[in-house]
Design a protein around this ligand. Structure first.
Ligand code: 5AD
Ligand code: SF4
Length: 424
């Protein structure tokens, strides 16, 4: 979604727009919405309602709402009907048509456009990227996995891979623009396939063929088909960072089955062992959902046990939230009471933060190469960056600048951050 925003910003620049300082002075405001996890609908409707008065002050102001929440037809229609001052509402598959839609709005038309078919991969959209040293490049779109809780396959369509040539050209372009770290993005990079080129081969080509690129990351890997080749590639390719994000979702086989994840706890642990054997220094992070349909205390304890076994470096942790249209919403009652979901999630967060702290303590006394990304928010004399294993590191600047590589000796830590000093 964020990259969609960068594409829209790129198209706006081509249409002659420049970035406004704040919403009060803007001539164009577009809300890019997401519907994957939270009940964000209420908040979106609130935010959109709130800008009505800006429109009264500035009649030139064009207002739009897009993103995957708007890809849900009934939600888009509701918003369009409720807020007559909104000029354009469009779904995720409409990105390429954005300049055309905007032109129609200029001709005094209101636009509601939600197209069901995602169609082919669109190449060559301009992008205004967040300034910095690290950026994202999509290697594929959509998802075919249909995890029963997940809306992504419905709002992003079927899996489509971009050609290696187009991907490499885009990575070269961003490196040319000054970025030195690139994260290759896909809902499940392991199923990348373009004319028989699979992900490990793509990774090798980007690693070998883009001069000036310093670091290469990728997200997300689905545990059901994390291949030995990918683990080997992480071990052997010099630019590929030692970090793998491997969402487990639950530690109970019954839940995994119900989620349609297509692996078991034993299968997941086998993959973890393999990673630790081949790339012992790799950080492993995950996603966990608390309180999925019919989850019992026993299922929940199984998740806590799995977390203790694997000892993830960090995790994104969520309460299950029903998404209309998914298999879970159609067939399984959302029957874990909210207070139980919250309590289980809190237990998961508490355990993970203790494990993250232990993991970070293991880094104290070690030296890591860190790519400096910016100035610390809390202390303007300090910089922050990340290690290859994606851990955030904060240290005194000593004349160094963002974009440089430094060696950091880690001296202390919290559960979220390593603290240290530049050596040499
Ligand atoms: N409720 C809670 N979490 C969800 N995720 C996806 N759908 C839902 C949902 N309905 C989480 C999963 C996934 C991450 C991107 O978002 O953990 O890995
Ligand atoms: Fe959603 Fe599952 Fe696809 Fe991830 S793999 S996007 S959780 S359906």
């Amino acid at each position: 979604n964020e990259h969609d925003s960068e594409n829209i910003a790129g198209m706006l620049v081509r249409c002659g727009y420049t970035k406004a300082d704040c919403k009060e002075t803007a001539d164009f405001i577009l809300f890019n919405t997401c519907c994957v996890r939270e009940h964000a609908e209420l908040r979106t409707f609130g935010n959109v309602g709130f800008v009505k008065e800006l429109k009264q002050k500035n009649p030139r102001l064009i207002l739009g709402v897009c993103g995957c929440m708007m890809q849900q037809k009934q939600v888009a229609k509701k918003l369009f009907d409720r807020f007559p001052f909104v000029d354009m509402v469009f779904g995720t598959h409409e990105l390429k048509n954005f300049p055309l839609l905007l032109e129609q709005v200029f001709n005094n038309r209101r636009i509601l456009r939600v197209d069901d078919s995602a169609g082919e991969v669109i190449e060559g959209l301009p992008a205004e990227r967040e300034p910095g040293f690290s950026t994202f490049v999509n290697i594929m779109y959509g998802c075919d996995n249909f995890c029963t809780y997940c809306i992504v396959p419905y709002v992003r369509g079927r899996e489509r891979s971009r050609s290696p040539e187009n991907i490499i050209a885009e990575v070269r372009q961003v490196v040319n623009d000054g970025y030195i770290e690139v994260t290759l993005l896909g809902q499940n990079v392991n199923s990348y396939n373009y004319d028989g080129v699979h992900f490990p081969e793509l990774l090798k080509r980007v690693n070998d063929e883009v001069r000036g690129l310093k670091r290469l990351r990728f997200m997300t890997s689905h545990p059901k088909d994390l291949s030995d080749e990918l683990i080997d590639a992480m071990a052997s390719l010099d630019k590929v960072c030692k970090h793998i994000h491997l969402p487990v979702q639950s530690g109970s086989d019954r839940m995994l089955e119900k989620m349609n994840r297509k692996y078991t706890v034993a299968g997941y642990l086998e993959r973890i062992e393999k990673i630790r054997e081949i790339v012992p220094e790799a950080a492993i992070t995950t996603d966990i959902i608390a309180g999925f349909c019919s989850e019992t205390e026993e299922d929940h304890r199984a998740t806590l046990e799995l977390m203790q076994k694997v000892r993830f470096d960090s995790a994104f942790m969520f309460q299950y939230s029903q998404r209309p249209g998914t298999k879970a919403a159609r067939h399984f009652p959302d029957d874990v009471p909210p207070e139980v979901k919250t309590r289980r999630l809190n237990e998961i967060i508490e355990l993970q933060s203790a494990i993250s702290l232990e993991r970070n303590r293991e880094c104290v006394g070690q030296t890591y190469e860190v790519l400096i990304e910016g100035t610390s928010k809390r202390d303007s004399g300090s910089l922050f960056g990340r290690t290859s294993s994606n851990k955030v590191c904060v240290f005194p600047a000593l004349g160094h600048r963002p974009g440089e590589y430094v060696k950091i000796n880690v001296e202390s830590c919290t559960s979220a951050t390593l603290l240290g000093n530049i050596v040499e």
